[in-house]
Design a protein around this ligand. Structure first.
Ligand SMILES: Cc1cc2nc3c(=O)[nH]c(=O)nc-3n(C[C@H](O)[C@H](O)[C@H](O)COP(=O)(O)O)c2cc1C
Length: 194
């Protein structure tokens, strides 16, 4: 339990990385393998994956993603702090058109695998999907669901309680530390005795 809570706590949405630290394809495949072994509705296993770790591919992928919507003054990681690999999660529409729960399970499992190996990443849902489809020649059969950006994390991230104002927006302080408010357990479990 101790290890699991440490891993889950360490598994934050990292958006700045030591870009020169590469991730090999074997690692990417091992993390996807963890997702492969996980639960799937009706056991349909409709998720498919694309893996990228070359400099050229990473550059092209980066230009299709939007970062940290709440940090208005920050447009995303600068050169040198960008991800060194990506996993694109696709939904195979020949199998189903409902990917919701499978997608979350797979994305979280992949990230936990990355954290367990000393890496980290961020789920990116804000994607220029049609541009990505064209540039990477992704057939229409596959719905572009989520991109997972991966690298060696360079950020310090701290979890804190949601303030009384109820503001759940993450923020970055003057030292570059990223703060993420989380709701209290008693605020999300509805039938706890008072
Ligand atoms: C479905 C989903 C989509 C997300 N899309 C983006 C995104 O497009 N860009 C981004 O910077 N972060 C994205 N995130 C990361 C969230 O902002 C992040 O999970 C949230 O701020 C909480 O931080 P934490 O993951 O460290 O707990 C996404 C997360 C999820 C679960």
């Amino acid at each position: 339990m101790v290890n699991l809570i440490l891993t889950v706590t360490q598994n934050r949405s990292y958006r700045r990385f030591f870009q020169q630290e590469t991730i090999n394809k074997d690692s990417l495949l091992q993390w996807i393998n963890l997702a492969r072994l996980s639960a799937s509705g009706r056991n349909l296993q409709p998720l498919k994956y694309l893996v990228y770790n070359s400099k050229e591919e990473c550059e092209r992928l980066f230009s299709n993603l939007a970062w940290a919507g709440y940090l208005k003054e920050w447009s995303g990681p600068e050169e040198g702090e960008r991800p060194s690999a990506y996993i694109v999660i696709l939904g195979d529409t020949q199998l189903t058109d409902d990917f919701a729960t499978d997608l979350g399970i797979a994305a979280q499992t992949i990230l936990l695998g990355a954290v367990n190996d000393g890496f980290g990443g961020c789920m990116i849902g804000n994607i220029k999907r049609e541009k990505l489809r064209t540039e990477f020649q992704i057939p229409d059969q596959y719905k572009i669901l989520l991109v997972i950006a991966l690298g060696k994390p360079k950020e310090t991230i701290e979890l804190e309680e949601v303030p009384d104002s109820g503001d759940i927006r993450y923020w970055r302080d003057e030292n570059g530390v990223h703060h993420v408010p989380k709701r209290k357990l008693e605020d999300i479990v509805l039938n706890l005795p008072q």
